[in-house]
Design a binder for this molecule. Structure first.
Ligand code: P6P
Length: 338
């Protein structure tokens, strides 16, 4: 069979050896994420047709209005993972605290925890712009059979066993790494299967696209302001192109294919940055590094940051290696809080 006709399921089986899991638990975990993605994809594509738009009348811990699809996507991923009894705990942007999942025997014998942003970029839903799901998978650090603890979720990103995203765009793709490169799978909605369409995805070393909300310019650190001026000057292969969708998964995906950098710095409105370390920055940073890219907070590698809180935020600079390195050079000229 030609490699690029592999379904996601077949790919997982073929690459079982990479998953350091002999019992097939990891394959079943990815399979449950795949199923949830298909269910959410169906709803996202129908959002304009049924009364599912608009606020659910609730707000999440971030104080953000919960769109009905946010709530729906969270429920689907949570239920799919719980029903299959594959993980011992889940943390989600839409849940105030982590959720412990006991097995049949009211114990926590499963060894994986999942952290997720079930529907990132949801403010784009009612303007018909791509949104995405982001997930991060760790092995628990507490012994199996004992209660799950916060330390199972507050692991450094360099401990992830897998990470990925689903982009619900012009086509729906699931992009996945388990530490041996990045592979993209495109959903064939007629069949309901994800097919390997983008094997071994890599960030181009250089890029000419920068993604940032320049509306916050006056609040940016001086190093970021200097970098933006560098991007915009008429010199060498500059000015670069500015592209910002306002959906991390979509901006990241385009930058990985074409080359580019995504920047969400600190600002007075977001003094620690806006993006969450555990279920946005760490999984995207794992994917970026596995695709020969780079991800930092402007000073240190994202994957080396020691988490202290489930919903903590960090500045996020991620994409083509040479572009992130150049931005870090500008940031290094000033004290950290300048
Ligand atoms: P802003 C969506 O809410 C999100 O978390 C990312 O997907 C996106 O890149 C960013 O925030 C957009 O934030 O402040 O530019 O609207």
């Amino acid at each position: 069979m030609k490699k690029n006709n592999l379904t996601l399921g077949e790919f997982i089986i073929e690459n079982q050896k990479h998953y350091k899991s002999t019992s097939g638990e990891f394959s079943r975990l990815i399979s449950s994420i795949k199923l949830a993605a298909k269910i959410v994809n169906y709803k996202v594509n129908k959002a304009g047709l049924v009364d599912i738009l608009g606020d659910a009348g609730d707000t999440n811990i971030q104080g953000e209005d919960q769109q009905k699809l946010d709530v729906y996507a969270n429920d689907v991923f949570m239920q799919t993972l719980i029903n299959r009894e594959i993980v011992c705990g889940i943390a989600s942007e839409e849940e105030d605290d982590y959720v412990t999942i006991k097995g049949k025997h009211e114990t926590n014998e499963n060894k994986y925890v999942v952290l997720m942003d079930p529907l990132d970029g949801s403010s784009n839903i009612d303007v018909n712009v791509s949104v995405g799901t982001i997930f991060s998978i760790y092995k628990r650090v507490t012994p199996t059979g004992t209660p799950v603890d916060k330390i199972d979720f507050l692991q450094r990103g360099n401990q992830q066993v897998a990470a990925g995203y689903v982009v619900y765009g012009t086509s729906t793709m699931l992009v996945l790494t388990s530490g041996s490169g990045v592979n993209g799978f495109t959903l064939n909605p007629a069949i309901g299967s994800f097919y390997l369409s983008h094997p071994n995805m890599k960030f181009p070393e250089n890029g000419t696209i920068y993604s940032i909300n320049e509306g916050n310019y006056v609040h940016f650190p001086q190093g970021v302001k200097d970098y933006l001026k560098y991007c915009q000057e008429e010199k060498e292969n500059r000015p670069y192109t500015s592209r910002y969708i306002g959906s991390l998964v979509s901006d990241f995906h385009r930058n990985m294919i074409k080359g580019g950098i995504y920047i969400y710095p600190t600002s007075t409105k977001n003094p620690k940055g806006k993006l969450r370390l555990l279920y946005e920055c760490n999984p995207m940073a794992f994917l970026a590094e596995q695709a020969n890219g780079k991800a930092s907070d402007g000073y240190v590698r994202i994957l080396d940051i020691k988490p202290t809180e489930l919903h903590q935020r960090v500045p996020f600079f991620c994409g083509s290696k040479s572009m992130v390195k150049k931005l870090e050079e500008f940031m290094a000229k000033y004290p950290k809080d300048a």
